[in-house]
Design a protein around this ligand. Structure first.
Ligand code: GLN
Length: 308
């Protein structure tokens, strides 16, 4: 029997098992560029704090990280602005789909949390107000924490989403009507679509999130990215809100803080142990990767490495 701490062997076993099982759901058709992605792609990369990383399947292929980027913009806003951001966005799970409008009316334009579209737009608005060149500065932040100058936006994907982003346009304008967007909605949306279009492979994604798993992580200039308390709070928001109206289910089955994106990626992390990125583009009805969820459930069960 494989030892519970033999992560590479367990990754191989679980990958094989999930690969042989069903691959249900569909790619994100509502963004034309994402509809073109081969739905059979399947990659995983595990990066432990103190050992070498291990990849399997299509882990070297880049994909659009979509909503996973919301954690990165939130982290940059929290780093720059501090606790004042919580006056503009809440920290409660919404229990609703990622692009829902309904709660904003009764909540006076304050989104429930920063990981649903509405909340991520308020964070983009804050960054636009605080950064001289939001798109360049945000990209520089991501490149720094990933320690790779090669990371970039995909202009095709950003343009593609913008061409059909009616619901996001509605969301942004609706929040603006309550006064919780300060800049022009057009500008906020452009930045939001760019942010979501970031492309990475599984290895880069796992590396990028190390600043939330490793208390000793330092950026290129040996600087700390977030304080320990700030990192704890971002992990807590991922744990409770990272999978929209499937956040409870992910917590129940996988037991790690994580974040999904409609590009089919999922990033999960075990504080002080590892970051793991999974990519499989077919999504379940909640917009989360079907195989990604399955893989992580089996992985944390086999390794007995959830946070609970
Ligand atoms: N860009 C996507 C959207 O706004 C992000 C959604 C997601 O990844 N869940 O619809």
């Amino acid at each position: 029997m494989t030892k519970k701490t033999d992560y590479p062997a367990i990754i191989e076993e679980v990958f094989e098992k999930v690969n042989q099982g069903e691959n249900l759901g569909d790619v994100a058709h509502y963004i034309p560029e994402l509809a073109k992605v081969n739905p059979e792609n399947f990659g995983v990369y595990l990066l432990p704090l103190e050992e070498k990383g291990h990849g399997i399947g299509n882990w070297q292929e880049k994909f659009s990280i979509q909503s996973i980027a919301k954690v990165l913009s939130l982290s940059l806003a929290y780093k720059m602005i501090g606790d004042d951001i919580w006056e503009r966005v809440g920290v409660e799970p919404s229990g609703n789909p990622f692009n829902s409008l309904v709660q904003l009316e009764t909540d006076n334009g304050i989104p429930r949390n920063p990981l649903i579209n509405a909340g991520a737009m308020v964070i983009c608005d804050l960054l636009i107000s605080h950064l001289p060149n939001p798109e360049e500065d945000f990209l520089a932040f991501v490149r720094n924490i990933c320690s790779s100058q090669e990371i970039n936006y995909s202009l095709e994907i950003a343009r593609s989403e913008k061409s059909v982003g009616y619901r996001n346009v509605a969301l942004c304008n609706f929040i603006k009507s309550f006064g919780n967007i300060k800049n022009r909605p057009e500008e906020v949306l452009d930045f939001y679509f760019k942010m979501c279009s970031l492309k990475m492979n599984c290895q880069q994604l796992a590396r990028t999130f190390m600043f939330l798993a490793d208390d000793n992580f330092r950026g290129i200039n040996q600087e700390r990215i977030l304080s320990i308390s700030q990192a704890k709070r971002i992990n807590a928001i991922m744990q409770t809100c990272g999978f929209y109206d499937e956040s409870g289910e992910f917590s129940f089955k996988v037991g790690l803080p994580g974040k999904s994106g409609v590009g089919g990626g999922i990033l999960a992390l075990h504080p002080d142990k590892y970051c793991i990125a999974v990519w499989s583009p077919r999504l379940n009805e909640k917009g989360n990767s079907y195989r990604g969820m399955k893989f992580l459930e089996l992985f944390t069960s086999s390794t007995e490495s959830s946070i609970f």
